[in-house]
Design a protein around this ligand. Structure first.
Ligand code: TMP
Length: 212
């Protein structure tokens, strides 16, 4: 691969993002590309500390703006400490979630609200300027299936968002699909209700197309 890319993986709960990131990282490394795998919220020491505030505890713990501010603070630290240095060092960065999760969860999940959406976009611009991912895979799954998978994970006490009501999960899925429909150049929707290896093939083939 010629230039370092920033590739993000998005989707609802239990879509299999971490498995696909590991497979793609392996594929890229075998092809001689340096890769950094990271995640949100988190991906740097400070952002991992903020993660604990966001993914644990009651689902009514924060009001909408406070939640946006916490995700934005974590994202800024992640960009400054991990993502930008890795790209500057010529590495391709694979991130398990990024700003599109904020749009899907915080803006669409609770029911779309134009004011919250504008706040989210303004905050993103403040912390990241014009920087956007080169490519975003949306791993799309019916939340009935995805939630069952993610609730089964052993020792998962990070269930603040899993515990939101079912409508929240349907809304955020629709939000991701809307983002993809509006910008097919950056987003690729992957059917996440199929075998791991088939999903990986779909991802590799979409990446090849993107690089053409
Ligand atoms: P994970 O379970 O994929 O590690 O993500 C942690 C949770 O945080 C997940 O339930 C989605 C949620 N989240 C948001 O609500 N907004 C965001 O901007 C990000 C990055 C994650």
């Amino acid at each position: 691969m010629q230039q370092p890319l920033f590739i993000t993986f998005e989707g609802g709960e239990g879509a299999g993002k971490s498995t696909q990131i590991a497979l793609l990282a392996d594929y890229l490394q075998k092809n001689g590309t340096g890769v950094v795998c990271t995640r949100e919220p988190g991906g740097s020491v400070g952002a991992e500390e903020i993660r604990n505030l966001l993914v644990r505890g009651s689902n009514t713990r924060w009001d909408r703006l406070t939640e946006l501010l916490l995700f934005s603070a974590a994202r800024r630290d992640h960009l400054v400490k991990t993502i930008w240095p890795a790209l500057n060092a010529g590495k391709t960065v694979l991130s398990d979630r990024f700003h599109d999760s904020t749009v899907a969860y915080q803006c669409f999940g609770y029911g779309f609200d134009e004011t919250v959406y504008q706040q989210a976009q303004n905050l993103y611009h403040l912390i990241a300027g014009d920087f956007v991912p080169n490519l975003t895979f949306i791993l799309d799954i019916d939340p009935r299936i995805g939630l069952k998978r993610s609730m089964k994970r052993q020792g998962n006490d990070e269930q603040r968002f899993e515990n939101m009501d079912f409508t929240f999960h349907q809304n955020l899925r629709a939000g991701f699909l809307k983002l993809a429909a509006e910008n097919p150049h950056r987003y690729v929707v992957i059917n996440a209700d199929q075998p791991v290896e088939k999903m990986h093939q779909d991802i590799v083939s979409a990446l090849r197309d993107h690089l053409k």
